[in-house]
Write a protein that binds this ligand. Structure first.
Ligand SMILES: Cc1cc2nc3c(=O)[nH]c(=O)nc-3n(C[C@H](O)[C@H](O)[C@H](O)COP(=O)(O)OP(=O)(O)OC[C@H]3O[C@@H](n4cnc5c(N)ncnc54)[C@H](O)[C@@H]3O)c2cc1C
Length: 455
């Protein structure tokens, strides 16, 4: 596998330039933009079912489009691997709504729905503020990340959408709706991770905190047997901890530990960590690949947004192909779940680029994969071999079934809808919220019909 392939495959690659170049708007009042090439998602594994993509430049234009459209789906930066953002009729991109306004007094930042984490992070950092976490890839839109409960790692870190304290959206009849955690506490938890089904989000307000520095080190070859009794301690050994494995030899090939730096408390990283040895050079998560694109390791401090992702912010991969899958299981069953997947190693490894294990703190967002469950996320970055992967996913889902896994909304899974629905205790409240604001299902697509509504 060459570097280009892996950067796509790792699921950790950073890109700010992968958006398809759009043609100019056709007319000011109906800005239908058509991409120059076929309309695919970031990874290229999914082709959207419509070539109609609106790109309004104001909330008023969003309202006009929503009013006119019979069916509509919001599209972020196209990083989802399944049909969640798809439409057979029409999609709308908020990329031109790109304002950012920091309010130091309330420690919040309000942004247009076109803003990506990659754009937001340096902006708030330059004003002395930070987010609590980032995903492995910063160039996803905040709106798209929040809609699917996108997460980073850290045993005490909730997912990225948990930072959302207010949002504005345009509902099915074209009206503007402003919701906030403070004012709408009865339904706000249902509105943040809304899978694009509640309306077109035009702006979001996120909690920020004083900026911080981080450093990270990588340890190599941690035996899985160490996880049996120390899983929580291992995942709590840094602010954000990721284990990588190819599932062979009963071990994690690498452990990435990211620590918040306290200048008052000098720290020396130990040479050994649960039998794993500290790396003496920067490493790539896939053994043997160049670490050129990776964020600085070896305990060198840097800004939070240059350490939380594994790869450098300004690194731009070429296009390539990969597939991703991820299941969140209760952290208390983390080791058993890892062992259950490990049993399938000889099915998995030939089709796998790498697996990443992360933890996520429980939250109260109705449709979040970590809803009321401190979670272990078992992630797979697959080679682009869908026919084979499609056969493996039911095996993994069957082995994980005792732990009631929740698949990542934006990645590939084969779980039957009834099983998926049974994993979300607040699903009926969520559907009631959708019914109130979108009674005719304007924002419902085949993915939602199947996964939320069919039995
Ligand atoms: C290389 C790579 C690395 C990744 N790493 C991680 C990771 O570390 N952690 C993790 O949890 N996930 C990860 N993901 C998955 C990614 O976070 C999700 O796919 C996320 O939803 C992508 O956001 P997007 O802007 O691309 O949204 P899209 O894929 O474009 O859309 C996703 C959903 O958001 C909705 N949406 C988007 N914008 C709006 C809006 N304005 N209003 C209403 N709904 C909207 C869409 O309708 C759709 O339902 C990764 C994906 C890739 C390709």
């Amino acid at each position: 596998m060459d570097k280009r392939e892996f950067l796509k495959a790792s699921g950790l690659a950073l890109t700010g330039t992968m958006l398809t170049p759009f043609a100019s708007p056709q007319s000011p009042d109906d800005r239908i933009q058509r991409p120059a090439d076929t309309r695919k998602n970031w990874s290229g594994n999914f082709t959207y079912s419509t070539d109609r993509l609106d790109a309004p430049t104001s909330v008023e234009e969003v309202q006009a489009i929503v009013k006119r459209a019979k069916k509509l789906r919001a599209l972020g930066t196209r990083h989802s691997f399944n049909a969640i953002a798809d439409s057979t009729t029409e999609q709308i991109s908020l990329q031109h709504l790109d304002h950012m306004a920091l309010d130091p007094a309330t420690r919040t930042v309000t942004i247009g729905a076109g803003i990506t984490y990659g754009k937001l992070a340096p902006y708030i950092d330059s004003h002395g503020f930070a987010l609590h976490n980032l995903a492995s890839l910063p160039h996803i839109s905040v709106a798209g990340g929040c809609a699917t409960a996108t997460h980073g790692s850290g045993i005490h870190n909730r997912n990225l959408s948990s930072a959302c304290s207010a949002l504005e959206l345009v509902t099915a009849n074209g009206d503007r709706l402003a919701l906030s955690r403070a004012k709408d506490s009865d339904i706000f938890d249902g509105a943040v991770v809304a899978l694009g089904a509640l309306g077109i989000v035009t702006s979001l307000t996120l909690d920020v905190e004083p900026t911080y520095q981080m450093d990270q080190v990588v340890y190599q070859d941690l035996p899985f047997s160490e996880l049996e009794h120390n899983l929580n301690t291992i995942f709590a050994s840094g602010y954000s901890v990721s284990l990588f494995t190819d599932w062979q030899n009963h071990r994690a090939t690498q452990v990435w530990i990211k620590r918040r730096v306290d200048p008052q408390k000098p720290y020396t990283w130990p040479q050994e960590f649960y039998s794993a040895r500290r790396a003496t050079q920067n490493l790539h998560p896939v053994t043997g690949h160049s670490a050129e694109s990776c964020t600085e390791q070896l305990g060198v401090p840097g800004p939070w947004y240059e350490r939380l992702p594994h790869f450098r912010m300004n690194f731009t991969p070429s296009s390539g192909k990969e597939l991703q899958t991820e299941y969140l299981v209760p952290l208390e069953h983390g080791y058993e779940a890892i062992r259950a997947v490990e049993q399938l190693r000889d099915h998995i490894t030939p089709h796998l680029f790498v697996t990443e294990l992360r933890t996520i703190e429980a939250d109260s967002l109705w449709m979040s994969m970590a809803y009321q469950r401190p979670s272990l996320a078992i992630h797979f970055t697959w080679k682009p071999e869908w026919p084979a992967v499609q056969k493996i996913l039911p095996l993994i889902e069957a082995n994980l079934a005792p732990f009631e896994p929740r698949p990542h909304w934006a990645k590939l899974f084969t779980m039957p809808p009834a099983t998926l629905q049974s994993r979300y205790a607040k699903l009926s409240d969520f559907k009631a919220l959708l019914q109130k604001h979108d009674p005719d299902g304007k924002f419902r697509n085949a993915f939602l019909e199947s996964n939320l509504y069919s039995t």
